[in-house]
Design a protein around this ligand. Sequence first.
Ligand code: ADP
Ligand code: MG
Ligand code: ZN
Length: 618
Amino acid sequence: MRSTRLWVTLAIVLLANIFITNVLFAPAQPVTVTLPYDVFKQQVVADNVVSVTTTGDAITGVTKTPVKESPTSTVSATHFTTQHPSFANDGLELLLEQHNVTINAKPENPPPPFWQTLLFSFGPTILIVIAVLYLIRRAAGAGGAGGLLGAFGQSKARLYDPERPGTTFADVAGIDEVKQELEELVDFLREPQKYERLGGMVPKGVLLIGPPGTGKTLLARAVAGEAKVPFFSQSASEFVEAIVGVGASRVRDLFTKARAAAPAIIFIDELDAIGRSRSSGFRIGGNDEQEQTLNQILTEMDGFEPGKGVIVLAATNRADVLDQALLRPGRFDRRVTLQPPDRRGRAAILKIHTAKVPLGPDVDLDAIAAATPGLVGADLKNLANEAALSAARKGETTVSSNDFYQAIDRVLLGTERHLMLTPTDRERIAYHESGHALLGLLVPGADPVRKVTIIPHGGALGVTIQRPVDERFNYGEDYVRARIVGALGGRAAEQLVYSTVSTGAASDLQQVTAIAHEMVVRWGMSPKIGPLAFRDEGSGDGLGLSRPYSEATAREVDTEVKRIADECFAEALRLLTEHRAQLEALTQALLKEDSLGEEQILAVTGLQAAAPRSDRES
Ligand code: ADP
Ligand code: MG
Ligand code: ZN
């Protein structure tokens, strides 16, 4: 974007330059008539010509009274040009002298005037230089003291200058352990002397690690807000921008400013954008700028003494890809991990984000929290917002429970799409989804089926939502297998009913492959491979170049993955064959209703909710 604008601007400047030198500054030409040579001679004889100037054979001149090109012409002027025939040897000079005409001669190619030479040779260059300087200045964020180029290296953090966030810990919920850890930082920023006196080491850098939306940015702001100190916030990707060397100078600038404002917090968001391990992955040059920026951050962090009241907070989604140098003592030696919130945490977060929303009497935030495992803080904020919007659209004064459940569907499913499906397609999709849903009820250990729909959503033609009763952190083998069997339910149903398969199962198969592969190489769930884990997280180069097992084992892994998938598919087919009547009933109900909720599914199939998992804790 930026570079196209630059080129367009330069092109316009160049065109303007050509226009100015050739058109505007070109000497003005007086009105001139072109006389035939003999007419010219007649005018000389008639004593009407004052002066002539010759350039080669071309003659220009001035007359006393205006002359016409020919007797019939309407244009007349006192300036004329004519051409001396080269063969004519007619004593023109003598004739001119006799009639007192002043004679000038010019060289055939006169040198251009001095100012013009100057303009043509330096003009474009000067204009380009001015344009570039102007653009650089604009890119650097306009204005600012210091030289033109000095402004380029200034940290963008100065744009927000030190912010003073009004955020406090009261705005953060559901991550209490983490809050406790950060309270110490707040304490230190408030009363550094208290810590210095006892010679305690205060951390220089704290790394916040957690999936997107878990509240890392929010927490960093809350620390600054609680401590009432200036907050210098900068996304790591913004350091590395236009020109090599700028990143490092921006870092230097940011730290200088923060030190001057101490006690203060520097917050570097998305640290992984520059802090990726330098030993991993492909690196074919081009990353020097990142490396310089990273090195500058390390240097700055080494440089300041602890206890000077500047703390660097950084956030990342992925700690495993960070360069080890960042994690060494004296740098980001303290790490705080944020998990997606549990049920109680979700309820607390919902409470914060519905504080200003008028809730209907039927709204039970705990129940909503229970229905949203896996959602993080940002999702829940979005959910509360969606619910409020949908109530407003309907012109209601309070937000009802129903608004929330519809919002959950929207957040989980994505938006509905209106596709024109043929009846045959629709029927196949209904069988496919019924297959998934039915297996969710039939396979012991599967997650309960909450909803099934054949209305296209996002990229999917139909969706079956299965949601755990509560989130869990450890899964038994029967649960993992139940997931695979359920995922194959769509294809199995199609196979059973039509004896052919379709492309509709592509993403199901992807899931199956991923889970089966993990079972074999990571969770030790294949007796043939044994209790070994081959997946070495953290040092993987992401390219599969360093596979830590032999070719023979690789082949074995492949056959094991295939065996698991085949077994699960056979199981899915067997269960659906056995319950063919229920499959038909569910499909017909879906074709009629488009979507079925949990109770409807149970009613139509006459089945009980799946037996509770055998491996469930507590
Ligand atoms: P991250 O930086 O981890 O990606 P953010 O801090 O940007 O996540 O979170 C986005 C928004 O989600 C926040 O502004 C906040 O409104 C909400 N949010 C996230 N986590 C929480 C939480 N634990 N408590 C309250 N609100 C939260
Ligand atoms: Mg963030
Ligand atoms: Zn499917």
